[in-house]
Design a protein around this ligand. Structure first.
Ligand code: NOJ
Length: 449
C-alpha cells in the first residue's frame, strides 16, 4: 500500500481557534459592563431566532479558566478573542471601567501561562449603545472614540498582547447592520450605510496610527469578511459582473487599506443613490496607514451573474453544490482560491486566516458528537490552503471558527460552529470528533491529502 501524501505546513505555522465577546461571554450586566447594540437588538421582538440573546451565552466570563485549560488540552497555539468595548468604556467613551480591563488581563495571563498566543480583536460588533445613541458608525466621531479605546488597550494590555486586529468584518456589520437591518443596530438606510463604511475604515486607520504612536511592540491588521467569487460562465459580461462583486464586497474594504482607495464603481453607485461617501481631505491617507498582516475570514464561494436590473450590476447565481445550514454552499476549494486571489491582488501580504470553519449541527449520541461533515470540509479547506501556500501565499496562521458552539447572531443558538459542543442548559463542554481531528492536525503540523 502506498503511503498517503502528507500536506506539511511550513515551519512556524500557527494553529488556533477564534471566538468573539458577545457570542460567548454572557455576564452582560456584571462588573459595570455597559450595554452594547447587541444587548438592545437581541431583546427586540423578531430580531433573533427564538428570541435568543447573549445574556448568558457560553458563560465564558465566569468559565474562562476552564476554557483556556480546554484550549491547552486541544493543543491550540494561538487564540483569537475580542474585547467587549462596553466592558472597558460602559458608554463608549469617558469613564474607564477597571473591572473590564481586569477581566481581559486575567484572560490573557491565563493564555500566556499555557503558552497560547493571544490575538486580540478590538471590535467584533458589540458597539456601546451609548455611541449608537449618537448615531453609531454613521457618526464620524466614532472613529476618534475607537482610536481612544484602542490606545487604552495598547497601554493596558500591550505588554502581553502582541497581535492586534482592529475591526472584524466591516462588510458585515455595516451592510447587514445599516443597509439590510438583519444585524444590530437593525437600520436600513443607504446614506447611513455609506457613512458607516467610511467611518469604520477611518476608525481602522486611526487605531493603526494609535498603535504606532503607543510604541508597543507587535503587529496590527484588519480582518475582512470574504467570499470567493466565481463567474457562473465565461462570457465577458459575467466576468465583468464578477469584478463588480469583488468591488462591492471585497475591494471596498481592502483597497483603501492598501492605498488603492474605494473602487470607483462603488463610489459611483452610492453617489447615484444620493448616498455619497463622506470622505474628508486626508482620510484616505489615514486609512492607508501601513498594516502588518491581513486577516482573512472565509466560509464559502459564490457564483456570479450579471444583472443590469440591479443598480450594482450583478447577482448571485443559483448554487450548484450542497448547502450548509447557513444557506451557503459547501465549497472547501474556496479558501485556497480566495487566498491565491487576495495575495496577488494586494502584493503578497502576510496573511492570517482569522476565521474559517463549518456549521454542522450534529447532535450528541450517547455523549459523542460525530461531526464528520465538519471534518470532511475542514480537510478540504486545509488542503486548499496548503496549495495556496505552495503557490506562494504568505499564510502564517489558521484560526478555526469556533472553539465552541456559541451565539450565532440573528440565528441565535440554532447554528453550531464549535469544535466543542456547548450544552447551553448545563454549560458542559464536550469536544466533538472534529476537535480530535484538529488536535491531530496541530500535532502533526499538517494532514493527509
Ligand atoms: C463571521 C463572524 O466574524 C462570526 O462572528 C460568525 O459567528 C462566523 N463568521 C460564523 O458565521
Amino acid at each position: 500500500m502506498r503511503a498517503m501524501p502528507f500536506l506539511q505546513f511550513p515551519q512556524g505555522f500557527q494553529w488556533g481557534a477564534a471566538t468573539a465577546s458577545y457570542q460567548i461571554e454572557g455576564a452582560y450586566d456584571e462588573d459595570d459592563r455597559g450595554l452594547s447594540v447587541w444587548d438592545v437588538f437581541s431583546h427586540q421582538p423578531g430580531r433573533v431566532v427564538n428570541a435568543e440573546h447573549g445574556d448568558v451565552a457560553c458563560d465564558h466570563y465566569h468559565r474562562y479558566r476552564e476554557d483556556v485549560d480546554l484550549m491547552a488540552r486541544l493543543g491550540l497555539q494561538t487564540y483569537r478573542f475580542s474585547v467587549a468595548w462596553p466592558r472597558i468604556f460602559p458608554f463608549g467613551y469617558g469613564r474607564v471601567n477597571e473591572k473590564g480591563i481586569d477581566f481581559y488581563q486575567r484572560l490573557v495571563d491565563a493564555l500566556l501561562e499555557k503558552n497560547i498566543q493571544p490575538a486580540l480583536t478590538l471590535f467584533h460588533w458589540d458597539l456601546p449603545q451609548g455611541l449608537q445613541d449618537l448615531g453609531g458608525w454613521a457618526n464620524r466621531d466614532v472613529a476618534d472614540r475607537f482610536a481612544e479605546y484602542a490606545a487604552l488597550l495598547y497601554e493596558r494590555l500591550g505588554d502581553r498582547v502582541s497581535r492586534w486586529i482592529t475591526l472584524n468584518e466591516p462588510l458585515i456589520f455595516t451592510q447587514f447592520g445599516y443597509r439590510l437591518g438583519w444585524l444590530a443596530p437593525g437600520i436600513s438606510d443607504l446614506k447611513m450605510t455609506a457613512a458607516a463604511v467610511h467611518h469604520a475604515m477611518l476608525a481602522h486607520g486611526k487605531a493603526v496610527q494609535a498603535f504606532r504612536a503607543s510604541g508597543r511592540a507587535g503587529e496590527i491588521g484588519i480582518t475582512n469578511a470574504n467570499t470567493s467569487f466565481e463567474p457562473a460562465d465565461d462570457s465577458p459580461e459575467t466576468l465583468r459582473a464578477t469584478e463588480l462583486a469583488r468591488d462591492f464586497e471585497t475591494r471596498l474594504y481592502h483597497g483603501p487599506v492598501y492605498g488603492k482607495g474605494y473602487p470607483q464603481a462603488v463610489l459611483d453607485y452610492y453617489a447615484s443613490e444620493d448616498a455619497p461617501f463622506p470622505i474628508e481631505p486626508g482620510d484616505m491617507e489615514v486609512i492607508a496607514s501601513p498594516t502588518d498582516f491581513l486577516g482573512v475570514n472565509l466560509y464559502s464561494r459564490q457564483r456570479v451573474l450579471p444583472d443590469d436590473a440591479r443598480g450594482v450590476g450583478y447577482r448571485a447565481a443559483a448554487p450548484t453544490l450542497p448547502l450548509l445550514p447557513m444557506g451557503y454552499e459547501a465549497a472547501p476549494h474556496s479558501l485556497g482560491d480566495f487566498v491565491r486571489w487576495v495575495s496577488k491582488e494586494y502584493g503578497r501580504p502576510k496573511i492570517y486566516i482569522t476565521e474559517n470553519g463549518v456549521c454542522d449541527n450534529t447532535e450528541p449520541v450517547n455523549g459523542a458528537i460525530d461531526d464528520h461533515l465538519r471534518i470532511e470540509l475542514l480537510q478540504g479547506f486545509l488542503a486548499g490552503l496548503h496549495g495556496a501556500i505552495a503557490d506562494g501565499a504568505d499564510v502564517r496562521a489558521y484560526y478555526e471558527w469556533s472553539l465552541m458552539d456559541n451565539f450565532e447572531w440573528s440565528f441565535g443558538y440554532s447554528k453550531r460552529f464549535g469544535m466543542v459542543w456547548t450544552d447551553f442548559a448545563t454549560q458542559a463542554r464536550i469536544p466533538k470528533k472534529s476537535a480530535a481531528f484538529y488536535s491531530e492536525v496541530i500535532r502533526r503540523d499538517g494532514l493527509d491529502a
